[in-house]
Design a protein around this ligand. Structure first.
Ligand code: MN
Length: 315
């Protein structure tokens, strides 16, 4: 499933799934399906209201969501997205606004630094012997299409395309060979960074946590569709020009090892987001930093394209 958080008009954010050019309203579809079966259920037909709640709901919630998607795809096949919209069970994707799949993570976004050899080298660093962990503040998460603010405090604004893991099942001391069983799914994070602040303040938190510095999305792809996360091309373009082009097979510490090490003596919880590091090609390596008006496109194979524009701060 390609799960999304979306808004239509002024409605509250809803849980949906992308099916071709349509967004399925999973709550409405689950209710419709229950009605058809004569087993009218209360509320949202057993589908949680948010992606976070769906992740926390475990396999049972996921199964109901899958049934709702199946129902929506059947209606799409027969009546198209118009038929879907007519029955208020979804909408053409162009008519909704996507948010980050998890718009406000419950905890800091966990991140890997220097997890690609060529990126470590371009930053003048050795490949680290152990995973380098840092975090970004959850308040800086924004969705696809959202503006990223060029705060005046920085003159070295940079991008970083990253495969991001969303944890499903809670766990501590997770063995590497079971680590992928704890993954709910995958999305894209653009780890926007103020290089001068990253350097100036010693720890990376400040330079990577300014408001709007964590674009995430556009979809959360469930783990069944990506059985091996080390098989994905990753790329980032600025104004259409490719700046980063690599592959998750080149990670120094693959996803299962990152989860195993991070969870040592530390409980990972449903909805935790782990950004797995960026490959070479960042602006800091060439001195080509971002400016207002630039359009970033972060792409990960089988997930999609996360596009965001840099804007000057409002006075
Ligand atoms: Mn990063």
């Amino acid at each position: 499933m390609r799960l999304v958080t979306y808004r239509k008009g002024t409605s509250r954010p809803r849980l949906g799934a992308l099916a071709g050019e349509a967004v399925l309203d999973l709550g409405a579809l689950a209710v419709d399906l229950a009605r058809e079966r004569g087993t009218v259920r209360h509320g949202r037909g057993g589908v949680p209201a948010t992606v976070q709640a769906l992740v926390e709901g475990g396999p049972a919630a996921l199964a109901v969501a899958r049934e709702a998607v199946g129902h929506g795809e059947a209606i799409l096949g027969t009546h198209g997205s118009g038929g879907l919209a007519e029955r208020r069970l979804g909408a053409p994707a162009a008519r909704v606004r996507l948010q980050a799949p998890i718009p406000r993570p419950a905890r800091n976004v966990f991140c890997l630094g220097r997890n690609y050899r060529e990126h470590a080298a371009e930053r003048g660093a050795e490949a680290p012997p152990h995973p380098v962990f840092f975090t970004k503040a959850p308040e800086c998460v924004v969705g696809p299409g959202a503006d990223v603010v060029h705060h005046p405090v920085t003159s070295e604004l940079d991008y970083e395309v990253e495969l991001a893991v969303v944890i499903g099942a809670e766990g501590r001391d997770i063995p590497r060979e079971r680590a992928l069983e704890h993954v709910f799914g995958y999305t894209i994070v653009n780890d926007v960074t103020a290089r001068d602040l990253q350097k100036r303040h010693g720890q990376w938190f400040k330079g990577k946590s300014l408001d709007t510095f964590c674009p995430m999305g556009p979809v959360l792809v469930t783990a069944d569709e990506i059985p091996d996360p080390q098989t994905l091309a990753v790329a980032l373009r600025v104004n259409g020009e490719t700046r980063q082009a690599s592959h998750t097979s080149k990670m120094i510490f693959p996803v299962d090892e990152c989860i195993a090490v991070l969870s040592q003596g530390f409980t990972l919880r449903p909805g935790d987001v782990i950004a797995t590091g960026t490959p070479e090609g960042v602006g800091a390596a060439t001195g080509r930093f971002l400016k207002a008006g630039d359009r970033m496109e972060a792409e990960v194979e089988r997930i999609g394209v996360l596009a965001n524009r840099i804007v000057a701060p409002r006075p």
